[in-house]
Design a protein around this ligand. Structure first.
Ligand code: M6R
Length: 614
């Protein structure tokens, strides 16, 4: 939600900021803006409704000089997307400019207080209240910008990542975070600031991740200084970025989503590299090894996650119960955090998150920790808030995922869950050698099998063309492919805006079957061996009511292919790995339908990649 970029150094700030905003646009894209201090000390603020390209158009022929600046791409929370609500916001006297990611919950009280002091407001945003409050404190206390920011944040309730500029100090940016990410890149006489490392990686390798409650003083002439809200100085913990710049480009694909779908053979290879030996006889995850006793003695595993990551957690439930014999619960983080869940100190809470920044998942982790649980993370973004908030974990290592619709992260999460289940089952002595090796070998050849599944893309495109104008879809699956069906439905909903429901196939007759007619296509995943016959019955139930069936089947299937209207084939694999293959055609199907409908595939309406507000 919202992307923040900042620069101070010896180069022109504007091109760096705009390029950074493009990189962060996946976080929010309803308005954008930039604030720069020009060489004669004038603060220029330009902002407009719409995407970053519209901001670029808006600033044509305007003064964008200056070697210090901050920029923002917004996902609206308070106030509709509009020019006036776009960031940066600035104080009434034009002295201070501020960009913000998050929500200031007590903005109403602060606004009333400030209005009582004579302040007036241009926008409906909580952010404008914050910048005016900082201005007020600075004047009231006759203090520095840093001191005013510190004083303000001590009185603010809510979540924030902010960057603040003072027109009279063209050397310094003040940045702070609480529950919203910020990373600082350290160069030679220059600093970069961003919501994540994607705008920074092409300039510097050394970065510092701000922690909650920290304020950074980023001055081009001084070493980086970080203090907390109580004014205690923090140690500067410099990390090396491992990201590759080419991962942030579309690489010849029309959309990031398509690129990321086609990357999956490589991302699964990266995910299992160094974890499964070449013979497929052993899997070792250091996070499990380091906490072996906890996993061996776990009373329950509770997955907390949102969206696609929650679907991966549901697949984890099948895996951990079946192979490890551990009771599993799968919780929406947003619900879990506001209940009073029973958590025992021998429970393990596993948080799954691609971004590692999802606010609800972070809050669920804090709740679990406060109740004494051991919390394990499955994240993609290295150094993210969730990766740092958890006691231990396993990265999925699938590289940056830019498309708002999650694809390669889902298969990476499922792959990690399979490896975890295999390792724990082995440690517990609950799996025989033959099965253990079958699954590990299945993972080793998975990249090749995914390539085969991807090779169907032209056929999937043709099938999608037939159904582009359907208004509703049902997605059915059984066992571990029931969550895959839900994931397929989510993909279609979020990028094509077609209503779709994922259901366990056998639940059809308890209600949804009433919806079936020849205008309600059903996608059925029929790749599970153990419940194949049952799935066939479900297909018959749909066909006998005039429904159209698109079936995802195993190559060589000769039964379903006679019943379904259209079939999409995926290679055979061992049952617990079928979601890794059946999800591929569902990703492509959603993608092609969205393209056929002319949707903005990578930046669908109302969505943002990283949901850092609740
Ligand atoms: O970064 P996270 O995995 O924590 O994100 C969770 C959801 O917001 C995310 O999976 C969302 O549902 C995706 N847009 C799905 O494609």
């Amino acid at each position: 939600m919202c992307g923040i970029v900042g620069y101070v150094g010896n180069k022109d700030a504007y091109p760096i900021l705009i390029k950074g905003l493009h990189r962060l646009e996946y976080r929010g894209y309803d308005s954008a803006g930039v604030a720069l201090i020009n060489p004669v000390g004038k603060l220029n603020v330009y902002k407009t409704k719409g995407k970053v390209a519209e901001l670029e158009h808006f600033v044509t022929n305007k003064d964008v000089s200056g070697t210090i600046g901050i920029a923002h791409t917004r996902w609206a929370t308070h106030g509709e997307p509009s020019d006036v609500n776009a960031h940066p916001h600035y104080s009434e006297n034009g002295q201070i400019a501020l960009i913000h990611n998050g929500i200031i919950e007590n903005y109403g009280v602060l606004k009333t207080m400030l209005m009582g002091k004579g302040y007036t407001f241009r926008s409906d945003t909580d952010t404008e209240v914050l910048v005016q409050f900082i201005d007020y404190l600075r004047n009231e206390n006759q203090c520095t910008l840093f001191e005013a920011v510190q004083a303000a944040l001590n009185q603010v309730i809510g979540a924030y990542a902010i960057a603040v500029l003072d027109k009279d100090n063209n050397n310094e940016i003040i940045a702070a975070r609480k529950s919203s990410p910020l990373v600082i890149g350290i160069g030679d006489g220059e600093y970069f600031l961003a919501s994540d490392a994607t705008p920074i990686v092409e300039y510097v390798q050394n970065v510092v991740y701000l922690n909650d409650g920290e304020i950074a003083v980023i001055n081009r002439n001084k070493p980086l200084k970080i203090v907390n809200l109580d004014n205690i100085e923090s140690k500067i913990d410099i990390r090396k970025l491992e990201m590759n710049i080419s991962e942030l480009e579309k690489g010849g694909y029309p959309h990031f989503m398509l690129k990321e779908i086609f990357e999956q053979p490589r991302t699964i290879t990266d995910c299992i590299r160094g974890r499964i030996n070449l013979e497929g006889t052993e899997v070792i995850l250091s996070g499990i090894l380091d906490n072996k006793d906890r996993f061996l003695n776990a009373r329950r595993i509770i997955f907390v996650a949102c969206g696609t990551s929650w679907h991966a957690g549901l697949i984890g439930e099948y895996l951990f119960e079946d192979f490890c014999g551990i009771e599993v619960k799968v919780e929406y983080a947003s619900e879990f955090r506001y209940r009073n869940p029973v958590i025992h100190n021998d429970d393990i809470v596993i948080a799954i998150s691609q971004s590692g920044e999802t606010a609800d998942t972070l809050a669920a982790i804090e709740l679990a920790k406060s109740k004494g649980a051991f919390v394990y993370g499955i994240c993609n973004v290295v150094g993210s808030s969730i990766a740092r908030a958890t006691h231990s974990g396993t990265y999925i290592h699938v590289g940056p995922e830019i498309g708002v619709a999650s694809t390669k992260a889902f298969t990476g999460q499922v792959t990690v869950l399979v490896m975890m289940a295999m390792m724990i089952a082995r440690l517990k002595g609950r799996i025989d050698d033959a099965k253990y090796r079958e699954v590990l070998k299945g993972l080793l050849v998975m990249p090749e099998k995914i390539k085969e599944a991807l090779a169907q893309h032209e056929h999937i495109k043709d099938v999608s063309a037939i159904f582009t104008y359907a208004h509703n879809f049902l997605y059915l699956g059984r066992g571990c492919n029931y969550p895959t069906a839900m994931e397929g439905a989510l993909k279609l909903k979020e990028i094509s805006y077609i209503h779709a429901e994922g259901y366990p196939a056998a639940e059809m007759k308890h209600g949804p079957i009433a919806l079936i007619d020849n205008e309600m296509p059903t996608i059925v995943i029929a790749t599970n061996v153990s419940i194949y016959e049952k799935t066939i019955s479900n297909i018959q139930e749909i066909k006998s009511r005039g429904g159209k069936v698109i079936a995802v089947v195993t190559t060589g299937d000769s039964v379903v292919s006679k019943m379904a209207d259209h079939c999409i084939w995926v290679p055979e694999t061992t049952e617990c790995l079928t979601p890794l293959l059946s999800s591929i055609p569902l990703q492509l199907f959603a993608y092609y339908i969205a393209v056929n409908k002319g949707r903005d595939v990578d930046q669908p309406r109302n969505l943002a990649k990283s949901v850092t507000v609740e």
